[in-house]
Design a protein around this ligand. Sequence first.
Ligand code: HXC
Length: 517
Amino acid sequence: MDIALQENIATLETLRKEALQCGGEKRIEVQHLKGKLTARERLELLLDEGSFEEFDMLKTGRGSAIGDERTYPGDGVVAGHGTVEGREVCVFSQDFTVIGGSLGEAHSQKICKVMDLAVRVGCPIVGLNDSGGARIQEGVDALAAYGEIFYRNVKASGVVPQISCIMGPCAGGAVYSPSMTDFVFMVQNSSYMFVTGPNVVKTVIHQDITSEDLGGAGVHGAKSGVAHFTQPNDILCLREVRRLMNYLPSNNKQKAPLVDFSDPPERTDPALDYLVPPNPGQTYDMNVLIYSILDGAEFMEVHPDFAKNIICGFGRLGGQVVGLVANQPAVLAGVLDSDASTKAARFVRFCDAFNIPLISLVDVPGFMPGPEQEHGGIIRHGAKLLYAFIEATVPRISVIVRKSYGGAYLVMNSKHIHCDVNYAWPSAEIAVMGPKGASEVIYRREIQAADDPGAVLSEKMADYRRRFANPFLAARRGYIDDVIFPRDTRHQLIRTLQFLEGKTVEKPDRKHGNIPL
Ligand code: HXC
């Protein structure tokens, strides 16, 4: 063999070895001591065994603007593509052991390359984030590098699914890339996201707060809604990403993969006839209905800890993936508030972008009253959900289980905002408002003048309930396509999904609508 070639082969072996060593044994040990896996270990867990193909393993930066002339193997990020359950996915995994996974020009170029390829090929992109943020030594080049990623996040939005896992620090403007992706996973106790960290908080508003309390997984999973999923460790996090990906198509031109659970479509569940309690003030758990109707009782809930008064998630009916949006009467009586509205709106828009039919299960007493909600913009936020449902062109089916009052009735995928097919259970109550509120308004004078106002109110409420709080008035108008037996819900939904398979909708010629933000 030619000597020069021999030398090149030896160099290649050395460079590859160097890249595979990440930041060296010591730093890997520190990473493990923090309970975190390395960038490469994570990719091994995320992808099908042996499927990872790496790009730019040998890429390094040009050296810094302020005197640090070192270059780093792989420049702190591992990027390429692999498969999840046999389907292609583009990936990048930031390597904290190499200058804190900080992001500079070359690091960003590696990420941008796989993002561009994901869009061209039509496959999802999964980013595993573990980074000290913009590489300080690279100055404005590092900021430019972030900008290129942000730009691509937006261009890829609605074209290929984008998933982010936060598995370490993610601070400053860096948070805006994951937050523009479709789903954000966070690992409990080892990841955090904030625009300004505890030190800045202390300086500016003189408040002591830990990273965990400011932007840990608990906070973002339950309070801010920034994280859709939180998991106790890296291993479970990556397993859940794989699970989620099974519900998603590879791109906006495809449908999510069919999976046959051998769960008979005609399966009925007589227990559902007794799910809604006889007393309308009593709650029940909407999950009972969800798990009963879905294939194999398999449901992947999105945002399980945030705005629990509405349930959003993926399941299958007759093998086909569906997005469920269901009011949860067991939490705040299933009322719609700002958080529930934005949570569901974003979910609806994701499903619509990626050809996933939408099913709403409705039991909603109305919108949450009070100054806190009004001043917090419930008008704007509720409008998002209304807009998202109306905008959605995927098959839309609705089942009114119990309460469906006023504006919330309309917003929750009603016939009047053009859901394709809707059903009601015999327990459905469809009216402008609930019996108490309605009776207090329309019989106010009579009640005030009565010797026993309480008795008159009860009498009026009973009368109102009999006349209005049922599905039959709406069914007589044709506002409900059918009143069904609860036990048949699964079968009914599967048949309707089959029927709607060929749905097409003409889109108006416009640049884009202007969803209230
Ligand atoms: C360059 C960095 C770095 C960064 C960490 N390192 N962050 N190098 N640029 N942003 C290096 C450290 O110098 C160290 O190198 C190694 O990575 C590991 O970091 P440690 O500090 O030892 O780790 P740890 O104690 O776990 O602390 C992690 C950390 C801390 C909390 C992330 O490193 C930190 O505060 N870094 C700076 C964070 C930051 O301010 N980033 C800029 C945010 S603004 P050695 O060689 O000593 O091991 C931003 C703007 C984005 O990102 C704007 C987009 C528009």
